[in-house]
Design a protein around this ligand. Structure first.
Ligand code: ADP
Ligand code: MG
Length: 435
């Protein structure tokens, strides 16, 4: 992974064009590996644009032999339009991250079949019949393999890109290779770590019920300190190559398979940001759940599964990460020669546990930040948005904000993942004033 692979602006400007259907068909016909996978004549391929994301175009292309997904970056934010430019280079970083993750966590990301940097295009394995996990969660579906797969993804991608696993030189090359992805990082810095806590044009929330809470968050200095510490950590802690946007809309699932997609926000950042993203989105699925029930208690088994999954995401991640640290620590951190003999081994093990306690604290804080931005910021999620009655939605959101504030400001009182799930359970019984 060398910084020389950074995309050149000249190449992009000359080669780039937005591919529409006919163009895309001709283009793919000229890529032998892709044409072979699709099979039949190019004229027989079906092409449909399915992008439901905020940023890019995604086409599903199917032929007699098989299918592919084609993702093309636009020079602006799709959700907003040309008034919000965004560099095409994000496609290059998505490609780099996908291929890196495929090596470290085989089978857990879509296989990349082709990449064209000039066109900001990635052609990948079509995930079918996988659906976006968030949609399944809104419908009350449980995914029994999810915790196993996502913790393998987290433990392996984070550990093997950290100083525990790689030399200082490799680590710095890795940081350099992703350093140019700063425009995507800036989106996170603004939309997650800043805007929800101040007046910002793009903020929105379920009015009028959350008006008072939104105002309180804008005036809450304890919260402003907590979110600013988290922002500093995000800016300032290249611990590992993180996915950077690991919510349940970036995970596609079947009952038996889990695939992580869309790593265009990848960069070297704090590990807790990825782990926290998974936990936050499960907590929101849990707290939104009673907004989706048609008869009281209908989704109880689902809700119990969600909270068990929150717990196992942390405990299994932590177990797998520690196991890797004990057996595969070839990096420059914690030199073995400093921890020789029985006393050294014992002391190093104590240190590993302390490290995990610190990572847990980060995880809880980042999870809280990810919850707040979905309720008071620009980008909301269907967990809440699909609750039709706005007042009922606001109750679920107010509970989530109450939990998130506690997780951020009283982080130390959440000494274990069990304390987080207990607080989530308790807040379900809390009714805001307006309810
Ligand atoms: P964005 O970066 O714009 O958010 P995503 O990478 O999240 O784009 O993709 C948008 C949508 O396209 C996903 O929600 C999913 O429905 C679909 N999609 C993306 N990649 C694949 C794939 N490999 N196979 C099938 N569908 C996909
Ligand atoms: Mg995306």
């Amino acid at each position: 992974m060398s910084s020389q692979r950074r995309p050149s602006a000249d190449a992009r400007e000359s080669d780039y064009r937005i591919l529409h259907e006919a163009d895309l068909r001709d283009y793919l016909a000229g890529v032998p590996e892709v044409a072979a996978r699709l099979g039949g004549s190019p004229a027989s391929w079906s092409i449909s644009e399915v992008g439901d994301g905020n940023l890019n175009l995604v086409f599903i292309v199917k032929g007699a032999g098989g299918g592919v997904a084609v993702k093309q970056a636009l020079p602006y934010v799709r959700l907003v339009g040309e008034s919000w430019p965004l560099p095409l280079s994000r496609s290059h970083y998505e490609y780099l991250a996908l291929t890196h993750q495929a090596r470290l966590a085989p089978g857990l990301v879509p296989v990349v079949l082709h990449h064209n940097e000039g066109l900001a295009l990635v052609v990948m394995e079509l995930l079918e019949p996988h659906i976006i996990m968030r949609k399944g969660l809104v419908g009350g579906t449980t995914y029994p393999r999810f915790d196993e797969d996502v913790t393998t993804f987290l433990a392996r991608t984070l550990f093997f890109s950290s100083d525990l696993a790689v030399t200082a030189a490799e680590k710095k090359d890795g940081i350099a290779a992703f350093a140019g992805n700063h425009a995507l990082c800036k989106i996170t810095e603004d939309l997650i770590f800043t805007d929800p806590y101040r007046v910002a044009e793009q903020n929105r929330w379920t009015e009028p019920w959350l008006d008072a809470t939104a105002a309180a968050f804008r005036g809450d200095l304890d919260l402003h300190v907590a979110i600013s510490r988290l922002k500093l950590k995000f800016l300032n802690a290249p611990e590992a190559l993180i996915h950077g946007d690991l919510h349940t809309g970036s995970i596609m699932v079947t009952a038996g398979e889990t695939k992580v997609i869309d790593p265009e926000f990848a960069f070297y950042g704090p590990m807790g940001f990825d782990i926290g993203a998974v936990i936050a989105n499960l907590l929101m699925a849990y707290l939104a759940s009673d907004g989706h029930e048609r008869s009281p208690g209908e989704r109880r088994a689902f809700e119990a599964w969600v909270l068990e999954t929150v717990e196992s995401v942390w405990t299994e991640f932590s177990r797998k990460f520690l196991e890797l640290w004990r057996s595969e620590a070839k990096g420059d951190a914690y030199p073995v020669t400093l921890f020789e003999g029985e006393a050294g081994a014992a002391r190093l093990e104590t240190e590993r546990q302390a490290y995990m306690a610190g990572l847990f604290e980060d995880t809880v804080g980042f999870a809280a930040a990810k919850i707040v931005r979905r309720i008071l910021g620009l980008a909301h999620n269907i967990d809440f948005e699909l609750i039709e009655d706005p007042k009922r939605r606001a109750v679920c959101e107010a509970r989530s904000l109450r939990l998130a504030r506690a997780m951020m400001v009283e982080a130390v009182s959440f000494g274990s993942i069990g304390a987080v799930t207990k607080a989530a359970r308790d807040v379900r019984d809390w009714r805001p004033d307006f309810a």
